[in-house]
Design a protein around this ligand. Structure first.
Ligand SMILES: [Zn+2]
Length: 73
């Protein structure tokens, strides 16, 4: 859930890291690690995400994934 910030907070270019909550200032364009403050936090998020996927077992169906269903062509 990445929100667009154009027009909103355009003067104050900053965001909060979704992992540690640290405020991050940046010059345009957005940093590649957005919405995280550092690559470290990015990796933490990725790690969490992967862990969740493993713990979910195999109950996920293509329908659950919705948008990314490339099967139906
Ligand atoms: Zn962070």
């Amino acid at each position: 859930m990445i929100r667009k910030l154009d027009g909103f907070e355009s003067e104050r270019r900053s965001y909060r890291c979704t992992i540690c909550g640290r405020a991050v200032r940046y010059e345009s364009p957005l940093p590649k690690q957005y919405p995280f403050c550092t690559e470290r936090c990015q990796m933490i998020d990725l790690g969490r995400w992967l862990q969740e996927e493993y713990t979910i077992d195999r109950h996920t169906t293509p329908e659950d994934l919705g948008e990314s269903a490339e099967f139906e062509g």
